[in-house]
Write a protein that binds this ligand. Sequence first.
Ligand code: Z5A
Length: 209
Amino acid sequence: MKNSKGFLISFEGIEGSGKTTISRLIAETLMMDGYEVMTTYEPGGTQIGHKIRDILLSAEHKNMSHMCELFLYNAARAQHLKEIILPALQSGKLVITDRFIDSTVAYQGYGRGIDLSLIRHLTEIVTGGLKPHITILLDIDIELGLKRNRSIKKVDRFELEEIEFYKKVKEGYRRIYEDEPKRIKIVDASQPLEMIIQEVRDIIVRSIC
Ligand code: Z5A
């Protein structure tokens, strides 16, 4: 078994960019390479987190305030870190999470317009400064991402947003990349899956060494 000495990888991107599919396939590939891998996701990953996820994504909660949304994502993350991410990192696992801290900056910060310094301060409190070692940002055209999700008939509170919201989120991700180009690796998510998996695997293996 190869030792990754506790390595945290996050997958980020707008809806339909393939985070769930690719993080699952890449975990399988890395396990076949001999790494001890754990996959998880946000919001969720724990029993408490899953209940918070239901509240956050329910299409019935259209009137949720932006501050309520921000704190719920962070509450779910606090539990996720304590129960899942930190113990797995401490035991030397390679942890792959489908969304993490950059989602909050992109969606609640750039998308909803909440002050970025407030979000960063809250993130620091919740994570104690832990950041992913690398973040794979799956870049896709907004229309193509939404089309992929429509084809699987996905409807939640975010799917009810106007296109303008997604443009702000996508622009947010670009700014996050500009702020931390070493940590964030952009991958073209419109490519065929096999090519994406190959590219992402190469990035990860190079980063672990
Ligand atoms: N959110 C937030 O606002 N703040 C935060 O701090 C956090 C999250 C942590 C979580 O929803 C929502 O919470 C999310 C952000 C917000 N907003 N929305 N919507 P979620 O977990 O239910 O959904 P998601 O994270 O946005 O993921 P998604 O919409 O389910 O998409 P995805 O995971 O990126 O894609 P996928 O499910 O892997 O793929 C979608 C379809 O495309 C599927 O049929 C695949 O087979 C297909 N696919 C994927 N890749 C390809 C390629 N390369 N070619 C062809 N077809 C493909």
